[in-house]
Design a protein around this ligand. Structure first.
Ligand SMILES: NC(=O)c1ccc[n+]([C@@H]2O[C@H](COP(=O)([O-])OP(=O)(O)OC[C@H]3O[C@@H](n4cnc5c(N)ncnc54)[C@H](O)[C@@H]3O)[C@@H](O)[C@H]2O)c1
Length: 257
C-alpha cells in the first residue's frame, strides 16, 4: 500500500522553471515514480539543456518555453498541457529569481517589481491557471516552492523583495489550500534553505558569506537540490494525502535558531 501511494503512473506533471536546479531534479524524481512530465522555463537554452540532460538518462519529456510573469501565456500553456496530456494532475510552481543584497531603503521600483513579478505573481498565475482545470476534474496536487526566506529574514544579505515575495507564496499556498480542499485539490509548499544552484552560486563562492550562513545552520551544510526534490515529490504524491496548506521546511535546521 505504501509503495502504491508514491506511484505516479498515469499522472501528468507540469513544472515551471524546470530547466535546471531544483525544478530539473524534481522532474527526475517525478519521472522515476512513473509520472509523465512537462518542464517549462523562460530561457529556451536552459530548457533545452535540461531536456537533453534528462534524455541522456533515458527519460522522454515534453518541454515548453514559458515566462510565468505573462499570465496570458501561463493560461495558454495550462490549456495546451491539459489538452495534450489528458489533464495535468500535478503542478510544481517552482520558477523563481533572487536579486542579492539590495538595501531596503534604496531599492528601485524596477528591482522590487521584477522579483515580486516572478516569485509571487508568477507563482499565483501558475496556481490559478492549472488549479482551475484541476478543480474542474475534482483532483490535483500543487506544490509551490517557497523559501525559508519567507519564514525568517536572511543574514547578512538584504533582500526584502525576495523575503516578502516568498512569505506571500506561503500565505497564498495556505489560502488556496483552504479554498480548494473541499474540491479535491491540495496545495502545499516547500521552503528550502540554501541550495547550490545557479541562483545562489554567488553566495556559495563567497568566502565571507558561506561561513556566516553555515554558522546559522545546525547541520552545518547547505541542502542539495535532490533533497528539496524529495520533499516536493512527497507532497505531489498520495503519500501526503492528508496534507494541504503545509509549509514544509527543508532547511538543515536553519529555522530552529
Ligand atoms: N537555491 C536556493 O538556495 C534556494 C533557496 C530557497 C528557495 N529556492 C527557490 O527554489 C526555486 C528554484 O530555484 P533554483 O535554486 O533551482 O534556481 P535556478 O536559478 O537554478 O532555477 C530557477 C529556474 O527558473 C527559471 N526562471 C526564472 N525566471 C523565470 C520566469 N519568469 N518564468 C519561468 N522560468 C523562470 C530560470 O530560467 C531557472 O531555470 C526558486 O523558486 C527559488 O526561489 C532556492
Amino acid at each position: 500500500m505504501y509503495r502504491e501511494k508514491s506511484d505516479l503512473s498515469g499522472r501528468a506533471a507540469f513544472i515551471t522553471g524546470g530547466g535546471r536546479g531544483i525544478g530539473l531534479c524534481t522532474a527526475e524524481a517525478l519521472l522515476e515514480h512513473g509520472a509523465r512530465v512537462v518542464i517549462s522555463d523562460r530561457d529556451p537554452a536552459v530548457l533545452e539543456a535540461g531536456r537533453a540532460e534528462l534524455a541522456e538518462k533515458g527519460w522522454e519529456i515534453d518541454a515548453v518555453t514559458l515566462d510565468v510573469t505573462d499570465s496570458k501565456a501561463v493560461a495558454r500553456a495550462a490549456a495546451d498541457a491539459n489538452e495534450r496530456h489528458g489533464g495535468i494532475d500535478i503542478l510544481i510552481a517552482n520558477a523563481g529569481i533572487a536579486w542579492p543584497d539590495t538595501p531596503g531603503e534604496s531599492m528601485t521600483d524596477e528591482v522590487w517589481h521584477k522579483v515580486v513579478d516572478v516569485d509571487l505573481n508568477g507563482c499565483y498565475w501558475s496556481c490559478r491557471e492549472f488549479g482551475r482545470a484541476m478543480l474542474e476534474r475534482g483532483r490535483g496536487s500543487i506544490v509551490t516552492v517557497g523559501s525559508m526566506s519567507g519564514l525568517i529574514s536572511n543574514k547578512p544579505q538584504r533582500q526584502v523583495h525576495y523575503n516578502a515575495a516568498k512569505a506571500g507564496v506561503h500565505h497564498m499556498t495556505r489560502s488556496l489550500a483552504g479554498e480548494w480542499a473541499p474540491r479535491g485539490v491540495r496545495v502545499n509548499s516547500v521552503a528550502p534553505t540554501y541550495v547550490d544552484t545557479a541562483m545562489s552560486r554567488g553566495g556559495f563562492t563567497d568566502d565571507a558569506l558561506m561561513p556566516t550562513w553555515m554558522a546559522s545552520t545546525p547541520m552545518n551544510r547547505p541542502a542539495r537540490a535532490d533533497e528539496i526534490a524529495s520533499a516536493i515529490l512527497f507532497l505531489a504524491t498520495d503519500a501526503s494525502s492528508a496534507m494541504t496548506g503545509s509549509i514544509v521546511t527543508v532547511d538543515c535546521g536553519y529555522t530552529i535558531w
